[in-house]
Design a protein around this ligand. Structure first.
Ligand code: ADP
Ligand code: MG
Length: 611
């Protein structure tokens, strides 16, 4: 009954490829803008109709194409940008796969018109759902105009996946903003349904970034200009006093290309780790430049992801650049906040219309380094300590304040066999736990370790049974932007399965009615926003398991003990014991180590003992 193997027709191949390259109007727009950049345009005009679904038109004043190449331009795997593998390994242009125009031609009514400098006139070519027409003379003053109409008109199944006009336009605008940010010397404008949305004249890097990020960012930002043998990092980052509820002002570029990269994201967050309130998002526009051979951009058809040759070095470099810049401002940051509610109110007003109702609690961020009073650890640790640990882990404040005492030097009783991670000695800078084991000193990243434990626990719970749900006494209203609503609707079964419950209040407001029982119940709106952000970062096309893990990972991060939380020794020891029991506890959810061993011999060497 088996059907014979047949080669697929060209149109079908292009339609399949179009599914990867052109997911929605915004991805088509991105490809067209990149082509204009590669053609050295200094001015780009974008015109969209009905969110780009009806029409995407990009006109540039770049170098153009000769008549004979118009036909090649719309054929698959035809490109002027790379010739061989050597070129591929050091791509300097935005495009190189030769797929965009062919894909667009397969799923829209495409017109390409172009005029080479000094040519007497322009030529144009039409492609209607894969049928390529004849090359004809056309009227065009300069550059290239690409006009794609009726996206997915011949692939109705794909068309159904498109969202509302407003949502699709929003994605297109994001794509345009990213290009505007990365190429300030290019004049760029965007119109929607005939109305000018914004335009920028050629500007300096700084002026363009500030025009996009706004006055308030401009008034609270630092310039980053860091050079290393192999990399440079430039751009602007917001001071911690300017933070946001969402990731809408986070721009990372690698060699001029906007990327969503977990490693960079992580390095940046780590740079802010000590100075930003948990749950708030930093704002930044950062440009990493490195030799093209040190980064692989050919990982993803839409080139939204990259792979670094030496990811560790990149992480270190970015983290240190931010850390240095931000720690220089720590005097400002560490002044105690006069009235936390005011800060929260201001923060919310700033992010309007994405405001959150319901009570907002801001935990004090800076506390002195203190060690708790000595408590004797025994092999059978009393349950109350473990319970208190759980309370702390769930974010419930212990009733008893920690007595401010001198540094504890408690050592475990000599006759006890130390467990692998040993016994806690104390806390360092509210971030690390120091412990003594057989080999010597163990330094544990408290948050990372706890996050891992919770993540594994949540994953186990989610795989075995439906996660128990905890209804909220008073449902919390949550203002929701159209794109967030879209994400929420797409993932609603997943959220329900994990124990969340929502009610629709209005098109732009929902009520959070229940949260997973294993979670801290105090700031579900922060958590929800983080989860939606995390989901939006990676698109909806991924497998459900991947999305579930993402949600669980965000839940774990949210629930994990935060920096500067003072733990008692029994609490620290309880954490160490849990780490020993947890799979993969040696690494946090982001792949960083959670603990590090310093052997006595390492320390001896430092002090030149025993020589
Ligand atoms: P790629 O950009 O990967 O080469 P595309 O399908 O996007 O593939 O474009 C195919 C070719 O058409 C490009 O290599 C380039 O030579 C030409 N081209 C496309 N857009 C433009 C433009 N705006 N200006 C000049 N040439 C263009
Ligand atoms: Mg291209």
């Amino acid at each position: 009954m088996r059907a014979p193997i047949l080669a697929l027709p060209e149109l079908l191949i292009n339609q399949i490829a179009a599914g990867e390259v052109v997911e929605r109007p915004a991805s088509a727009l991105k490809e067209l803008l990149e082509n204009s950049i590669d053609a050295d345009a200094t001015a780009i005009r974008i015109e969209l109709i009905e969110g780009g679904i009806k029409r995407i038109r990009v006109a540039d004043n770049g170098g153009g194409m000769p008549k004979a190449e118009l036909l090649l331009a719309v054929k698959r795997h035809a490109t002027s940008k790379i010739r061989d593998l050597h070129d591929l390994e050091r791509v300097a242009t935005m495009g190189f796969r030769g797929e965009a125009l062919a894909s667009l031609g397969a799923i829209s009514r495409l017109t390409v018109a172009s005029r080479m400098l000094d040519a007497p006139h322009a030529f144009s070519l039409q492609v209607l759902g894969g049928d390529i027409g004849a090359t004809e003379p056309a009227a065009l003053a300069e550059g290239t105009v690409i006009d794609a109409e009726d996206l997915f008109f011949n692939t109705p199944a794909r068309r159904k996946f498109l969202k509302t006009e407003g949502t699709e336009f929003g994605h297109c605008e994001d794509a345009a903003i990213r290009v505007a940010m990365a190429y300030p010397s290019i004049a760029i404008s965007i119109t929607h349904n005939g109305r000018l949305i914004w335009s920028h004249a050629p500007q300096s890097h700084e002026a363009r970034a500030m025009a996009i990020l706004g006055d308030e960012f401009a008034g609270s930002s630092l310039r980053i200009a860091e050079l290393h043998a192999a990399f440079s990092l430039n751009g602007f980052i917001a001071l911690p006093r300017y933070s946001r509820a969402g990731r809408d002002q986070q721009f990372t570029f690698v060699n001029g290309r906007f990327v969503r990269d977990k490693l960079l994201q992580h390095a940046i967050r780590a740079g802010y780790a000590d100075v930003l309130h948990h749950g708030r998002q930093p704002a930044f526009a950062l440009f990493l430049t490195l030799d093209a051979s040190l980064v692989d951009v050919n990982v993803h058809p839409a080139k939204a992801e990259v792979r670094f040759r030496d990811s560790r070095a990149v992480h270190q470099f970015v983290f240190h650049a931010l850390n240095k810049a931000l720690s220089a401002t720590s005097a400002e940051v560490s002044t105690p906040m006069a009235d936390p509610t005011k800060v929260a109110q201001r923060a919310n007003a700033r992010d309007s219309p994405r405001t959150v109702q319901g009570q907002i609690s801001v935990a004090p961020r800076y506390s002195e380094l203190r060690f708790s009073s000595p408590t004797q650890y025994t092999a059978n640790e009393p349950n109350n300590a473990a319970n208190r640990f759980y309370d702390v882990m769930r974010g419930e404040s212990p009733n008893t304040p920690n007595p401010p005492t001198a540094i504890s030097t408690m050592a475990p009783p000599n006759d006890t066999v130390a467990p692998p991670l040993g016994f806690a000695l104390g806390q360092l800078h509210g971030i690390y736990i120091l412990a003594q084991n057989q080999q010597g000193l163990v330094v544990i990243d408290m948050h990372a370790a706890h996050e891992r434990i919770l993540y594994e626990k949540f994953k186990r719970a989610a795989s075995i049974y439906e996660t128990a749900s905890q209804p909220l006494l008073t449902p919390i209203a949550f203002a929701i932007a159209p794109r967030e609503r879209e994400l929420l609707d797409d993932n609603r079964p997943l959220f329900l399965e994990l124990g969340f419950d929502f009610a629709d209040l209005s098109p732009n407001e929902i009520a959070i009615r229940a949260v997973p029982a294993m979670l801290d119940r105090r700031e579900p709106h922060d958590l929800l926003r983080e989860m939606l952000d995390e989901l939006s970062l990676h698109g909806a096309s991924r497998a459900i398991e991947e999305r579930r893990d993402e949600i669980l990972s965000t839940m774990a991060c949210h629930a994990a003990v935060r920096a500067n939380r003072i733990l008692t020794l029994p609490e620290m020891n309880a954490l160490l014991r849990q780490m020993e029991e947890t799979e993969r506890s040696g690494q946090c959810n982001h792949g960083r180590p959670t603990w590090y061993q310093f052997a006595i011999s390492d320390l001896d060497r430092l002090f030149m003992r025993g020589r």
